[in-house]
Design a protein around this ligand. Sequence first.
Ligand code: UDP
Length: 222
Amino acid sequence: MYATDDENLVIVSYKDDATAFDGLKKGTITGKGVVNNRMSNRIMQMLEENGVPTHFVKELSERETLVKKVSIVPLEVIIRNISAGSFAKRFGVEEGIDFAEPTIEFSYKNDDLHDPLMNSYHALALGLATKEEINTIKSMAFKINEVMKAYFLTLGVKLVDFKLEFGRLADGTIVLADEISPDTCRFWDAETNEKLDKDRFRRDLGNVEGAYAEMQKRVFGE
Ligand code: UDP
């Protein structure tokens, strides 16, 4: 992140660095910064058109974007449509169960504590957000899911689950922040269930760059 002359705006610069498992696994995914920047911007603009306020202002280059400065609500908001990852592990079920209704969960963004799972009452008790803010975040997250799920299906991609982060503008308005990309979403090919996201890096599945390139191709047709 870089400051600008305007105290309300900052520049995000996307790198190719990749981490997983709380930073224990480190690597580089060549070209990832470009894919994530462009994809995140495309989705944020689509969400804006659908009435969801975001931090997005302007794409400056392949890797740089001007965004509104926010103070981040220290919650990772996770929406799931299909069982995978920590959900499958925690509840002892296989990956790939299609849920009748999406689920929502929160993690406390705190590296020392390894981002523990929490519910909205815990967030309220710790003063991480107000009741109104939590309600806004929940309804925005489900709305984002509906828009994204439908969009990715048109690209032949199942939106399995994803993580969102929200921030407060100077006037207190809650907006979607951070990024939406193969780093933060699980994408499975709708026909074959092939993984097209960061799980290829996390699980050493190979063809990591290929998965990011494939998602770029589906979104931008190139
Ligand atoms: N996720 C993320 N950052 C995190 C944790 C999770 O972007 O620090 C995303 C992850 O890519 C997936 C979803 O949130 O799309 C749910 O992740 P899960 O809880 O299953 O954790 P994981 O199995 O990745 O540890």
